[in-house]
Design a protein around this ligand. Structure first.
Ligand code: ZN
Length: 106
């Protein structure tokens, strides 16, 4: 099954679809149609045949945004946890739990 164009450098059809690149990561690379030639080791685009294709900037920005939001969520989660813990720890102090017998009746 050769769904991609032949290697731009040597014309070989013996390429393998990349599932991971350092730029695209495992998130985008499967969608990018990057082929690595088994004959000469060159990397090229599976549809256009362009040599040494680059991951679109938008995808890199989105990746950074996803990572940042994930970190932010994690940070917020930890913060809410610690604030909950503070509330639990401070509540016995704030509430005077000393039901003294009221000497109102004589
Ligand atoms: Zn090649």
């Amino acid at each position: 099954m050769n769904s991609h164009v032949p290697c731009s450098a040597c014309g070989s059809h013996d390429g393998k679809k990349l599932m991971y690149t350092s730029q695209g990561g495992i998130l985008w690379t499967p969608f990018l149609n990057f082929i690595k030639c088994r004959s000469c080791g060159v990397r090229f685009h599976g549809k256009t045949g362009q040599l040494d294709p680059q991951v679109p900037k938008v995808m890199r920005i989105v990746t950074v945004l996803i990572i940042m939001s994930a970190v932010g969520l994690l940070f917020g989660f930890v913060m809410s946890l610690s604030s909950l813990r503070q509330k639990e720890a401070s509540s016995p102090v704030a509430v005077p739990a000393s039901p003294l017998p009221t000497p109102a009746r004589k």
